[in-house]
Ligand binder design. Structure first.
Ligand SMILES: Nc1nc2c(ncn2[C@@H]2O[C@H](COP(=O)(O)OP(=O)(O)OP(=O)(O)O)[C@@H](O)[C@H]2O)c(=O)[nH]1
Ligand SMILES: [Mg+2]
Length: 323
């Protein structure tokens, strides 16, 4: 059952509690004076009953949010939002959903513009193993080519056997050029050569593929920092984007990845992949909330066209409709 259906079930009936449990004091005017004291205890009991039920409902909602992969802080902020607003008693399912939607959307109020200007624009793509870096680069190249931009891909994953061929095959399929490397070569030297070539030939956008690296492996972190230094200091080219690829099916480890990578190099945005794979995606909310890193691109399949600019509603719906 989806998150949305569970909320509907929990707050179902769509009838605010004050309508179900009218307060007895309404009868006061028609009763003799002495009946007033007897009405009060019943009212208090009713109020206590509905307060207990409300507390239980909110506890259940808290569990639902945590279950959806949303971190404790964000969950608390959402619960506060759901409770506020001056509604007496229990909100309806529609009200609860609308407030969850509103709170989740506001977390993503960040600038999601993908910067592709520069001479050339330089986009560095990083992330842990298998998240979809290389395929996202091919999709991004497809998107840029459709905008009539010339593109060079740099194969700076010199670590994994076959990585260069994988990128070269994809580049060929997209119809963009590629700077190849050999296994074991220093990634920053490939980047240096590739960017020199790009500058000389007036390429619009360069996208750099890097090796999948565990966020806690020091030497790979240094290697990444060296690549950034070569681009910015040695070549004097500002990075247009440093994109971290996050697999939407990853649980809370996604937040650890984002924290670790942004400690190593400044991350300007996220490419969120595999949103077609039944992802809960709650962790992406934590990344946006804690690190204020915008999602810039979203990938939702394995074809070259399965990429689109970030849209808040898509992500909020993904979370709300997750099973
Ligand atoms: N369903 C789906 N699969 C995806 C998506 N993005 C990537 N994949 C798949 O994920 C797998 C890994 O993709 P790669 O692009 O090779 O990942 P990578 O991060 O470059 O991997 P390494 O270079 O080994 O670190 C491939 O089978 C892709 O087809 C997506 O948006 N949806
Ligand atoms: Mg790769």
């Amino acid at each position: 059952m989806s998150f949305l259906s569970r909320v509907k079930q929990l707050f179902g009936g769509d009838k605010p509690v004050e309508e179900e449990a009218p307060i007895e004091l309404l009868d006061i005017g028609t009763e003799p004076q002495e009946s007033v004291p007897s009405a009060t205890p019943q009212t208090v009991r009713q109020q206590a009953g509905s307060a207990r039920r409300e507390a239980a409902d909110f506890e259940a909602l808290e569990e639902l949010l945590i279950d959806a992969g949303i971190d404790v802080d964000t969950t608390m902020a959402i619960l506060q939002e759901v409770r506020k607003g001056g509604l007496l008693g229990r909100p309806t399912a529609e009200q609860v959903i609308e407030r969850i939607r509103g709170k989740l959307s506001s977390v993503f109020d960040l600038d999601s513009t993908l910067h592709t200007t520069g001479s050339p624009a330089v986009i560095l793509v990083t992330g842990v193993n298998g998240v979809g870096k290389t395929s996202s680069i091919a999709k991004l190249a497809t998107m840029l080519k459709q905008e009539n931009r010339s593109v060079l891909l740099i194969a700076a994953d010199t670590f994994r056997a076959g990585a260069v061929d994988q990128l070269a095959i994809l580049a060929d399929r997209v119809g963009v050029s590629v700077m190849r490397s050999v296994e074991g070569q220093d990634p920053s030297s490939v980047v240096f050569n590739g960017l020199q070539k790009a500058v000389a030939s007036g390429v619009d956008v360069v996208v750099i593929d890097t090796a999948g690296r565990l966020e806690n492996k020091k030497n790979l972190t240094f290697e990444l920092q060296k690549v950034v230094r070569v681009i910015e200091t040695k070549l004097g080219l500002p990075l247009s984007e440093t994109l971290l690829v996050i697999d939407a099916t990853t649980g809370e480890n996604a937040l650890m990845q984002a924290r670790a990578f942004s400690r190593a190099i400044p991350i300007s945005g996220i490419i969120l992949t595999k949103i077609d794979s039944g992802a809960k995606g709650g962790s992406i909310v934590s990344i946006a909330r804690e690190l204020r890193i915008p999602i810039k691109l979203v990938c939702n399949g394995e074809t070259l066209m399965s990429i689109k600019p970030f849209d808040k509603d898509d992500i909020v719906n993904m979370i709300l409709l997750s099973e």
